[in-house]
Design a protein around this ligand. Structure first.
Ligand code: PEP
Ligand code: MN
Length: 337
């Protein structure tokens, strides 16, 4: 449940209420809004008796949160969460486009991609150094060398970098290089990894599992939140259906639905969502129209030579055209690019 304090409740009243909740064996999670404080009561399944809390000084009312996700829910945190990273705000008025290659392949490739992303108005550079590949014979990523190259590209362009971390043991290393930690679709329910990124001092880009429901995605976010990390960006990247013409089926309704159920920012990955470069631009426009806070797009200087996901990667010129094509949609929904 949540406890909504009265407007103007004193610090002493807040302390009394939180002490009372903690004495009953629950954890508290404070959300201090501009007008009032909301206390999230995190239990272990047993409901806390609301009446005695409601009678305490400074308390306006209590509200049970019936959904299984609590800290991730809109009830608990009515205002939108804005995730800030190196001067970029994700979840605010500006649409944030993240772009770059599927995988970091070499210095020249990532530098060319980074310059093209920057030049076209991208705000965050993506690139995988650890790749979760279906085949053990496919390119697995450059590992730490890839992280170093990403950091070099950030130093040159000023773009913060997002890169995937595929196991808990790698979180400290990836954290030393990356600005945003990506949890990939295949790892959305890797609870040890969610725990580790929950304790990391970095924002997390959490991708929806390819066979996961919206509620499972929000429960994965809840794991990260419950370990103390509130800087989470949700990502719709398509789910498996019976349709073979596209790599996945992008669930556009997930965007407004997630925004309704949760306060966390929501971005869309039209590259993995469709698997086809020709579909990336129209689906990006649809995502922005549906209320996405950002996009993550694969861009490669020479997609035909890419070591992974070349068929869904845009050449720099097409990415620049996509950015221009987004402009009228961005303006129509009252945002900036
Ligand atoms: C990726 O972003 O390169 C990636 C592997 O995505 P996903 O986890 O969504 O498949
Ligand atoms: Mn990819």
């Amino acid at each position: 449940m949540i406890v909504i304090m009265k407007r103007g409740a004193t610090g002493a009243q807040l302390t009394n209420v939180t002490a009372r909740i903690e004495q009953s064996g629950y954890r508290v999670h404070l959300s201090e809004g501009e007008e009032r404080t909301i206390i999230g009561v995190i239990g272990n399944g047993r409901p806390l008796d609301r009446d005695p809390i409601e009678r305490m000084d400074g308390v306006e009312r209590t509200v049970p949160i019936l959904r299984p996700f609590k800290l991730a829910s809109r009830e608990f945190h009515p205002q939108d969460t804005v995730v800030k990273v190196n001067g970029v705000s994700i979840g605010g008025k500006q649409l944030v486009v993240m772009a770059g290659p599927c995988a970091v392949e070499n210095c020249e490739q990532i530098m060319e991609a980074a310059r093209a992303v920057k030049e076209a108005g991208g705000r965050v550079l993506r690139g995988g150094a650890y790749k979760p590949r279906t085949s053990p014979y496919s390119f697995q990523g450059l590992g730490e060398e890839g992280l170093r190259l990403l950091a070099q590209a950030r130093d040159e362009t000023g773009l913060p970098v997002v890169t995937e971390v595929i196991e808990p043991q790698l979180v400290p290393l990836v954290t030393t290089y990356a600005d945003i930690l990506q949890v990939g679709a295949r790892n959305m329910q890797n609870y040890a990894l969610l725990h580790a990124v929950g304790e990391a001092q970095r924002p997390v880009l959490l991708k929806r599992g390819m066979m996961s429901t919206i509620e499972e995605l929000l429960m994965a976010a809840e794991y990260i939140l419950s370990h103390g990390n509130e800087r989470i960006i949700l990502c719709e990247r398509g789910i498996r259906t019976f349709e073979p013409y596209t790599r996945n089926t992008l669930d556009i309704s997930a965007v407004p639905l997630l925004k309704q159920l949760s306060h966390l920012p929501v971005i869309v990955d039209p590259s993995h969502g469709t698997g086809k470069w020709e579909l990336v631009e129209p689906v990006s426009r649809a995502a922005v129209a549906a209320g996405a806070d950002g996009l993550i797009i694969e861009v490669h200087p020479r997609p035909e030579e890419a070591l992974s996901d070349g068929g869904q990667s845009l050449k720099p010129a097409r990415f620049a055209a996509l950015m221009e094509g987004l402009r009228p949609v961005v303006e129509a929904v009252g945002r900036t690019l």
